[in-house]
Design a protein around this ligand. Structure first.
Ligand code: SF4
Length: 468
């Protein structure tokens, strides 16, 4: 008998982990950024914005890349900068870019349901520049004050005063980059010492009525042990963030030079990493959190959990979101925009980003116009990542295909995989394919079956973090 029906985390053996541990995308998009190419440029992006129906609601992402210093474990597009003139020039370019985008969208202000300031460390930008940026964005777009207006803050540098000022600007959601509470783990990860008390920050944020407080946490960091991680989980639970993003540390030193400063000998093994994830699942669900998607946890009162319950959870470059906005506009260095049929990514070099803007051009470095096959696969993969299931009838209705015929090779491969194990990752009925409880842990591996570009867009070196 298959063990899938009575699954427990203890069923995940080292052999199973080894079998599924491979480089794979996190599917914040399909196709992934590896498929973007330089034949897609600013004119294509502008045309995709100009063609949007006027009432299309937007999500707006603003990338603020600057940090006071670079953490060793960081995988973000971040730059060390502390000079006022660097901040001022970036602020000018961002505003110019926002105006170009607003112009392309047409004479009426486009409605924005979700605005997120990410980084880098957005709160490293001087307050007057943040304030001016928000005012200008409100002039250019119809930003719904009841929508999600969120900002990432670093507990190393944020203080109560700053939270008051952010709330006064209209931010109503706060994401704190906690990563871990253990000072030795933070030091081994090259994270500066924490001067502020996170409990105090959370109390202030609650007092200020931020609608949702998120903690970004990381497992698999150097020097983490089961006991340090248990203490970190306990501390997290005691502070009751509304949501928790529990990311596996993506160790990619061939792509992120700053990670070469990490002592690889202090990194947990594959089995230990899975042990931390299992600890998080058990500890957080016992404490009243629900798992959402592949790496989030939320209290039942949080709208991310409610979206998951209602089947409206969505995934885009910002990760899981409760809003299904058809268009995401990314502003700033390296930011990615997505429309119904295109992706466009801005320059990753600061000088090229400024040069494009100063020559009056949208700062697009590369992108892609999606083919019809991409659109079908994007929907299948997004459904699996968000809902752990795909309904054949839904896909057939949206794309006028016969699912079983269109995906015959993929379904055959999944069937063969099921035959080879007593702990299958998927189950199939005539109506749908769904991830089993074990499959939810390896959902990236399940999605990879539907990724037609995985090998086509391959680069010379490993391009993705590992799936376990
Ligand atoms: S982890 Fe956060 S604070 Fe550290 S360098 Fe990266 S973006 Fe900056």
């Amino acid at each position: 008998m298959s063990r899938a029906a009575s699954f427990s985390l203890d069923d995940v053996t080292p052999a199973l982990l080894a079998a599924h541990d491979k480089p794979g995308p996190r599917y914040t998009s399909y196709p992934t950024a590896l498929a973007f190419h330089e034949g897609f440029h600013a004119a294509h992006h502008r045309a995709s914005l100009e063609q949007l129906p006027p009432q299309t609601p937007l999500a707006l992402y603003v990338h603020l890349p600057f940090c006071a210093r670079r953490c060793d474990f960081c995988g973000c597009n971040a730059l060390v900068a502390n000079q006022p003139k660097t901040f001022a020039r970036y602020h000018r370019s961002l505003l110019a870019e926002a105006r170009m985008v607003a112009n392309a969208l047409g004479p009426n202000k486009q409605r924005v349901l979700q605005l997120h300031f990410g980084g880098g460390t957005p709160t490293h930008l001087p307050h007057e520049l943040l304030s001016d940026l928000l005012r200008e964005l409100n002039d250019l777009f119809d930003i719904d004050p009841q929508g999600d207006i969120s900002i990432e803050a670093a507990p190393e540098t944020t203080d109560d005063d700053q939270l008051h000022r952010l709330r006064a600007l209209g931010f109503n959601r706060l994401s704190l980059g906690i990563q871990d509470f253990d000072p030795h783990v933070l030091a081994a990860s090259g994270r500066p010492a924490r001067r502020t008390d996170v409990a105090q920050l959370v109390a202030t944020a609650r007092h200020l009525r931020f609608a949702s407080i998120n903690f970004d946490m990381v497992y698999g960091l150097p020097a983490q042990t089961p006991s340090t991680f248990a203490a970190t989980l306990q501390r997290t639970i005691s502070l009751q963030p509304d949501r928790i993003a529990m990311y596996g540390f993506a160790y990619v030193p061939w792509m992120k030079k700053n990670q070469r400063r990490i002592d690889a000998a202090r990194l947990p093994t594959r089995d230990e990493r899975f042990g931390f994830l299992a600890q998080a699942i058990v500890g957080l669900t016992r404490a009243g959190y629900h798992t959402v998607g592949m790496d989030h946890f939320a209290l039942p009162t949080d709208d991310l959990y409610q979206a998951a319950q209602q089947g409206t959870l969505h995934r885009n470059f910002m990760g899981y979101t409760a809003h299904r906005t058809p268009v995401l506009v990314g502003l700033g260095l390296s930011a990615i925009s997505s429309t119904a049929s295109t992706y466009a990514q801005n320059h990753k070099s600061l000088s090229r980003y400024h040069a494009a803007i100063e020559s009056g051009e949208l700062p697009v470095e590369r992108g892609i116009a999606l083919e019809s096959d991409d659109l079908v696969r994007r929907t299948v993969i997004t459904d699996l990542m968000c809902h752990f299931a795909v309904s054949f009838a839904d896909i057939e209705a949206q794309f006028d295909i016969d699912f079983a015929r269109y995906f015959a090779p993929e379904l055959r491969a999944l069937d063969a995989a099921r035959q080879q194990t007593d702990l299958p990752l998927t189950a199939q009925t005539p109506q749908r394919l769904e991830a089993t409880p074990a499959g939810r842990l390896f959902i990236r591996n399940v999605c990879m079956h539907f990724d037609a570009r995985l090998h086509k867009d391959r680069t010379d070196g490993p391009a993705y973090s590992r799936t376990v």
